[in-house]
Ligand binder design. Structure first.
Ligand SMILES: [Zn+2]
Length: 328
């Protein structure tokens, strides 16, 4: 995402006692594994971004460090729990791409590995959370492999990723794998209404940022919903030939590029769905070609590509959908 997009979509961390239904089953089984000492040294949590992977790893760390002897939930109030949440727990190491870097690098992994070999400050356990783990670059993943092959004492590695296939097979195979299926949008919407209020058009927000409820909750939801609705209106007009693709692309390319692309993609998927269910005729060849192009454009958000030009190309494709439907 561009800098402007990131302002609108902020990172989130809910309290440890948050009720996140799609994670509850995994929380139970991870809790059982701790109880029965079956957790192992490394757990790979497969969960799409924005569904609470980082929160789950934090919850699990708190569950391990919590100084009350509750077996099911971390208490959330003791010194250890508060330290986990505030990032001050000395035995909890977090690895993420540093600032502008898009990668987790080898020196970060080496530093983590040497931390894990030190004596713990507290109850004897050290935990490292790597998120998003697919950002480990090749050298970093190789260095991590060494730690996975020679685990230190009772250390625990938690790898959180939406794209495990981007990790080397050797890393994947040395972790216990658990996963969170993406819940239906209606369930996510209901959860957002319960936690973020009924006034917001959460469906529109998720059309723009994807099924990422935790992200949606902490973002400037009204701005995103407005942007989504405005984009959809404009796309309908582009197809109808009443809005100039060049001017639209020029204005959209200036800010919120990633969100616009996501909205366009969602709009196309909806149109294809309408066609497939017989609700609306379509030039399917043009629709699918536009969808391919939109998906490709999504990868340009972090590149210096000429964004107005990329959008213009995409919008002309949409414009062509209508042209080809008009009688000759
Ligand atoms: Zn506690």
């Amino acid at each position: 995402m561009t800098e402007r997009d990131s302002d609108t979509v902020k990172r989130a961390l809910l309290p440890l006692d948050a009720n996140i239904p799609w994670l509850a089953g995994l929380q139970r089984s991870l809790g059982d594994a701790i109880e029965n000492d079956r957790l192992g040294h490394a757990v790979l949590i497969q969960v799409d971004p924005g569904l609470g992977g980082e929160w789950l790893a934090t919850w699990l760390a708190a569950r391990l460090f919590c100084s009350t002897d509750q077996s099911i939930q971390p208490c959330g109030h003791c010194l250890e729990c508060r330290r986990v949440v505030s990032g001050e727990q000395p035995d909890l190491i977090r690895l993420s791409p540093i600032e502008d870097s898009k990668e987790i690098r080898i020196d970060q992994v080496r530093e983590m590995a040497s931390e894990l070999t030190l004596t713990s400050h507290g109850r004897g356990r050290k935990v490292a959370v790597i998120t998003p783990a697919e950002r480990l670059n090749r050298n970093a993943a190789n260095a991590l492999l060494k730690t996975l092959e020679e685990p230190q004492g009772s250390s625990l590695l938690l790898l959180v990723t939406g794209e495990p296939s981007r990790l080397p097979a050797t890393v994947q195979s040395r972790c216990t794998r658990v996963g969170v299926p993406v819940p239906p949008i209606a369930e996510l919407e209901a959860w957002l209404r319960a936690h973020g209020g009924t006034a917001t058009d959460w469906k529109a927000v998720m059309s723009a940022i994807g099924p990422q409820p935790l992200l949606a909750l902490q973002s400037d939801a009204e701005t995103i919903a407005d942007l989504q609705r405005e984009t959809v209106r404009a796309l309908d007009q582009v197809v109808a030939g009443t809005l100039d693709p060049v001017e639209t692309a020029e204005s959209w390319g200036k800010e919120f590029f990633a969100l616009r692309i996501r909205c366009i993609e969602h709009w196309l998927v909806t149109r294809i769905h309408d066609w497939a269910t017989g609700q609306r005729p379509a030039n399917t060849e043009a629709l699918f070609a536009a969808l391919d192009e939109a998906r490709e454009a999504r990868q340009w958000t972090e590149t210096p590509v000429n964004k107005p030009l990329a959008l213009e190309r995409l919008l002309w494709r949409l414009n062509a959908i209508a042209t080809s439907r008009r009688p000759a």
